[in-house]
Design a protein around this ligand. Structure first.
Ligand SMILES: C[S@@+](CC[C@H](N)C(=O)[O-])C[C@H]1O[C@@H](n2cnc3c(N)ncnc32)[C@H](O)[C@@H]1O
Length: 277
């Protein structure tokens, strides 16, 4: 079931996001909002932020179909950004609410939804204060590393789920790994910049922000899993998104193919039936 849309308006790029707004008062949240508002215009140009070919889109469709509950379920996408997961889930027939701290990112998401005729509810809020739901599943991609209190956010997400609800955290190994992997990552970045004249982000995080983000120093898969467990999620299980890796590599020119793609993975977990208050 794909919903036809009109409520997002006809020219979303020319006006700010119409997302419902929740207040976020801390200086860290304001700094995050400013950074991501500035990043919104170029975020999608970085190849691995999106799915820029038919084969990558098909691989993501396969992964989402594999891990999401049955079609029609209510999905909360936290840190939804320009809507990579939200639009993919809405296309598959899920009822999607997208939360992000950045109105600039949400305006892009809304523009994509309008272009594709998808209905996605948008909420401008910090990850620690999700809308009440209830939802069947919370999804978050490339978000935990940038949260000031990832454990509090993960616990808040559990509270807006139905009993038996599910968490899907999609991540990529942008740092760490073997020397060989680090070298290939660096070479991939150089190649991408040469071919596309773009960077992964418009700027690095300012140092005062860096010191407020506990996962930034070590966003390894092990730390991500430990953090999800620390928040009280049950049956935490990890899977490598090998189909996505295959698809990302297959569309590269030959030189790029020998460098491979950033490893991407999903961590799946179940809400604790004895929810924390
Ligand atoms: C790396 S982007 C990921 C976007 C999207 N999930 C994707 O897969 O492309 C991180 C997103 O998290 C949002 N974000 C950062 N800090 C946040 C916070 N404290 N609460 C809610 N969203 C936040 C940013 O605005 C940005 O859109």
């Amino acid at each position: 079931m794909i919903h036809l849309v009109s409520r997002h308006g006809l020219q979303p790029r020319r006006r700010p996001s119409r997302a419902r707004a929740f207040s976020t008062r801390s200086a860290t949240h304001e700094a995050l909002r400013g950074y991501w508002d500035d990043d919104a215009a170029t975020y999608d140009l970085w190849r691995e932020h999106g799915a820029h070919s038919a084969i990558e889109r098909a691989a993501w469709r396969g992964e989402l179909s594999r891990y999401l509950p049955p079609c029609g379920a209510r999905v909360l996408d936290v840190g939804a950004g320009t809507g990579f997961l939200s639009t993919a889930a809405a296309r598959l027939g899920y009822e999607v609410t997208a939360v992000d701290i950045s109105p600039g990112m949400l305006a892009r998401l809304e523009a994509s939804a309008v272009r594709e005729g998808l209905t996605i509810d948008t909420v401008c809020a910090s990850a620690e204060c999700p809308p009440p739901g209830p939802y069947d599943v919370v999804i978050a991609r490339l978000v935990l590393w940038t949260l000031p209190d990832p454990v509090a956010a993960l616990q808040a997400w559990m509270r807006v789920l139905v009993p038996g609800g599910r968490l899907l955290v999609f991540e990529a190994r942008w740092t760490g790994g073997s020397y060989g992997e680090a070298l290939r990552r660096r070479a991939r970045g150089v190649l991408h910049r040469l071919q596309n004249a773009t960077r992964e982000h418009h700027a690095a995080y300012p140092s005062e922000l860096v010191s407020s983000l506990p996962l930034l120093a070590d966003p390894s898969p092990n730390r991500i899993v430990e953090t999800i467990e620390a928040a009280g999620w049950r049956n935490v299980r990890l899977a490598h998104l090998s189909d996505v890796g295959f698809a990302r590599t297959a569309v590269l020119p030959r030189l790029g193919q020998s460098l491979g793609a950033t490893p991407e993975y999903v961590v799946q977990a179940d809400a604790d039936p004895r929810l924390p208050d």
